[in-house]
Design a protein around this ligand. Sequence first.
Ligand SMILES: [Zn+2]
Length: 121
Amino acid sequence: MHEGSCHCGAVRLTLPSTPAVATKCNCSLCRRGGGPWVYFEYGTVQITGHPESTMEYIWGDRTIRNVRCKTCGCVTHWEPLNPEPGAKQGVNLGNFDPELIASVRVRRFDGADTWKFLDEE
Ligand SMILES: [Zn+2]
C-alpha cells in the first residue's frame, strides 16, 4: 500500500496499486505545479480530507477539477467533473515517498502542443 499526503497532512491519498509509469506534462497548468501524474480508475484511490480540506480549480473545457490542499497549497490530484464508467483520475506522485517516486519511470508528455509522449519518436 502506498500512502501519501500533502505537505501539512490534511489530505491523504492511498494508491490501489504500485504505479510503474508516471507522466510529466508541459501544458500550461501542469508545468506550473502538477505531477508527475499517475493515473487510476476514478474512485479507486482512497482520499481523506477531500473536499473539506481542499480547493478546486477548473479551467479550459471544464472536464476535470484540479485539487489542492487549502492549508499548504500542494496539488494532490485531479478528478473528472462528470465521471463516466471507466473514467480516470490523476494523482500527483510528488506527495508520496521519495523512494516510490524514484522507482517510477517518468515519461514526458507534450500536453502543451502535440498531445504525444516526447520519448515516442
Ligand atoms: Zn496540506
